[in-house]
Write a protein that binds this ligand. Structure first.
Ligand SMILES: O=c1ccn([C@@H]2O[C@H](COP(=O)(O)O)[C@@H](O)[C@H]2O)c(=O)[nH]1
Length: 280
């Protein structure tokens, strides 16, 4: 009997199929933007994120808390409580901790423990620019997802990610994609971050990495084009899979009033529907 819990990619494939969605709701809880109706609660960050999670859980394939928003407020306990709530109430929805860690192996071991043991995340984002030994400690958790930054959504991403390898002539982000697909993915649990703000590059990455999951931030507040993103990241014959398309602020802050969770749901629903329409 196989008693192992499902791996990150198994969870993801099940969520794409059962939820019928490629939308990921991101939790970037900015204290300045949390609705006044939650002020005075002992754990406003947790309450805010929980309300949004509960209002959108049937619309998503993943949730993505961004650790900086919790750590900057000393709200690690609220992050832990949020992930625990998500894993208890929605065990079929993978939780990706967006931490973008990158450090030497001995330190990376502790970052991996933080993500997978302290917080119980199903996957974590990592920065690959210190090389394979900085990623390897995460891969020891053979069921957990490791999502490697490749072509980020920010304008400054081009500063380094477009530098050409002097022997192959390939830009650095494509070298990362190639390494991820050919050498680093022994666990089969790797994914790549590619920004929705650069659909042409999403297509180039997809072309190199087969059906590896792509975490795609940059629709919504960053203005990435939904139709172009979905077209670029789709896998032939497997439409509606392969992408975890994140929106954080556009959903979280759809309303600053007491109706914030219902407003978030409306935006999440419209976004999920637009993603699905583009995948047809
Ligand atoms: O290239 C990247 C990698 C990560 N992010 C993160 O995604 C969300 C985007 O938030 P929006 O409010 O939808 O713009 C945020 O947590 C970033 O840290 C990214 O934007 N780009």
């Amino acid at each position: 009997m196989n008693t192992k819990s499902p791996s990150f990619t198994q969870q993801l494939h099940a969520a794409w199929a059962s939820q019928g969605s490629m939308l990921c709701v991101g939790f970037d809880p900015d204290p300045k933007r949390i609705p006044a109706s939650l002020a005075g609660k002992p754990e406003p960050i947790f309450e805010f994120c929980k309300a949004i999670a509960d209002a959108t859980a049937d619309l998503v394939c993943a949730f993505k808390p961004q650790i900086a928003y919790f750590a900057s407020q000393g709200a690690e306990t609220q992050l832990k409580k949020l992930i625990s709530h998500l894993k208890t109430q929605y065990p079929y929805i993978p939780v990706i901790l967006d931490a973008k860690r990158g450090d030497i192996g001995s330190t990376a071991e502790h970052y991996a423990m933080e993500a997978f043991e302290r917080y119980g995340a199903d996957a974590v984002t990592v920065n690959p620019y210190m090389g394979f030994d900085s990623i390897e400690p995460y891969l020891r958790y053979s069921q957990k997802g490791v999502i490697v930054l490749c072509r980020t959504s920010n304008p400054g991403g081009s500063d380094l990610q477009f530098l050409k390898n002097s022997s192959t002539g390939e830009p650095l982000y494509l070298e990362v994609a190639k390494l991820a697909a050919s050498k680093w993915n022994a666990s089969g649990q790797l994914g790549l971050v590619v920004g929705a703000t650069f659909p042409e590059e999403i297509a180039k990455v997809r072309n190199l990495v087969g059906d590896m999951p792509l975490l795609i931030p940059g629709i919504g507040a960053q203005g990435g084009d939904i139709a172009a993103t979905v077209k670029a990241g789709s896998i032939a014959q497997k439409l509606g899979t392969g992408m975890i398309i994140n929106s954080s602020r556009a959903i979280l802050y759809a309303s600053s009033g007491e109706d914030f969770a219902q407003a978030a749901r409306k935006v999440a629903q419209t976004t999920r529907d637009a993603l699905n329409a583009a995948a047809k």
